[in-house]
Design a protein around this ligand. Structure first.
Ligand code: PLP
Length: 357
């Protein structure tokens, strides 16, 4: 079976050495030494001021909204993973969908202002498949209307924009380190900010609001990453260049050999490079996508319909917005297998099946 992605498993001997360290220290979680080491290394690798490691990407988003004390309505994108929206609802916020740009697949910045009301407190865009949003325009709108900006940057690990980390934009950016992501810690995530006070506040919020053994300062939750997860992160980080180059090679083959008359591709931001977190291809119609998907599955190849369905169609939301572009893209997009270890033979098989279908 060839899945859309395979969780990257780093060198086992190295991972075992970290496990030995955990056993020797007896320290399993709660701001342990491996977690601190990973925070420091990621801070340098990504080029960010504060990075706070947490239990998963969804909690990273929830901590972001909570720390910024968001209220009322939040303008967001319908073309994303369910968590972008569900975390808002979970925090008592109302997602308001602005449709996407048909080329970048990111929120259409021309539609943000139209959706601002006196109830709006923030904008939550997504760097879809790692492709940077129009961050300057979003910043300008946010400043003009006094809104907070939280980027769901779950796909943007290592993505640079104009020569620096795209994670430096907005009040907060969040990452997911789930096992299926480009960089992972089994389960995990991170909150990134340049704001010292906000970073301190998030560290309180994620640990029950406890400031000392005898003082609970404020409301809090439990969003801690444990030492076993941090150890996995340290091992994957050692091999991240290999992970990225292997993915880049596969994508180059797809780009050069897939049929351009029947497929189109996401238009990447001119000031950035693709991090190859995903391999999305866009079909001309949903029927063509479904036919190809059947053929691939018959051959043991399991691509994924990321992102489907468009979030403005979620029944539990009862959203009154109809985002036609997002619905159209969602119905025609397929993410192809891309991971280190995908053999040239299997990659060619995928290309041949798509060509022939
Ligand atoms: C994976 C993902 C999340 C959620 O992250 P988890 O670590 O799985 O909780 C949020 N947003 C986007 C866009 C994602 O792809």
């Amino acid at each position: 079976m060839i899945p859309v992605t395979k969780s990257y498993l780093p060198n086992k001997t190295k991972y075992k050495a970290y496990i030995d360290r955990i056993y020797d220290s007896g320290w399993l979680t709660n701001n342990g030494s491996l977690l601190k080491e990973l925070e420091q290394r990621l801070k340098e690798y990504l080029g960010v001021k504060h990075i706070i490691l947490v239990a998963n990407g969804s909690l990273a988003l929830q901590l972001a909204y909570k720390s910024l004390e968001l209220k009322g309505e939040v303008i967001t994108t319908p073309f994303s993973f369910a968590a972008t929206t569900s975390t808002l609802v979970w925090e008592g916020l109302k997602p308001i969908f602005a449709d996407i740009d048909p080329n970048s697949f990111n929120i259409d910045t021309n539609l943000i202002e139209k959706n601002i009301t006196p109830e709006t407190s923030a904008i939550v865009p997504v760097h879809v498949f790692g492709n940077p949003c129009n961050v300057e325009k979003i910043q300008e709108i946010a400043q003009k209307h006094n809104l907070k900006v939280i980027y769901d940057a779950a796909h943007a690990f290592g993505t640079e924009y104009k020569g620096q980390s795209v994670l430096n934009y907005g009040d907060i950016s969040t990452l997911s380190f789930h096992a299926t992501k480009l960089f992972h810690t089994i389960e995990g995530g991170a909150v990134i900010t340049n704001n010292d006070e906000l970073a301190q506040k998030i560290r309180l919020l994620m640990n029950f609001g406890i400031v000392s053994p005898v003082k609970v300062n404020s409301l809090g939750t439990n969003a801690k990453m444990n030492e076993f997860e941090a150890a996995m992160g340290l091992c994957v980080l050692d091999e991240i260049d290999l992970v990225k180059s292997e993915r880049a090679k596969i994508w180059q083959k797809y780009l050069s050999e897939l049929p351009y008359d029947r497929l189109s591709f996401q238009q990447w931001n001119d000031d950035s490079f693709n991090n190859h977190a995903y391999a999305p291809v866009l079909f001309n119609s949903e029927i063509e996508l479904l036919n190809t998907e059947i053929k691939l599955k018959e051959n043991g190849i399991f691509p994924r319909r990321y992102f489907y369905p468009s979030l403005d169609t979620l029944e539990y939301l009862k959203s009154d917005r109809i985002c036609v572009i997002s619905r159209s893209i969602a119905s025609r997009i397929l993410c192809l297998p891309i991971y280190p270890g995908l053999s040239a033979e299997n990659r060619n098989k995928i290309i041949n099946i798509i060509e022939a279908s």
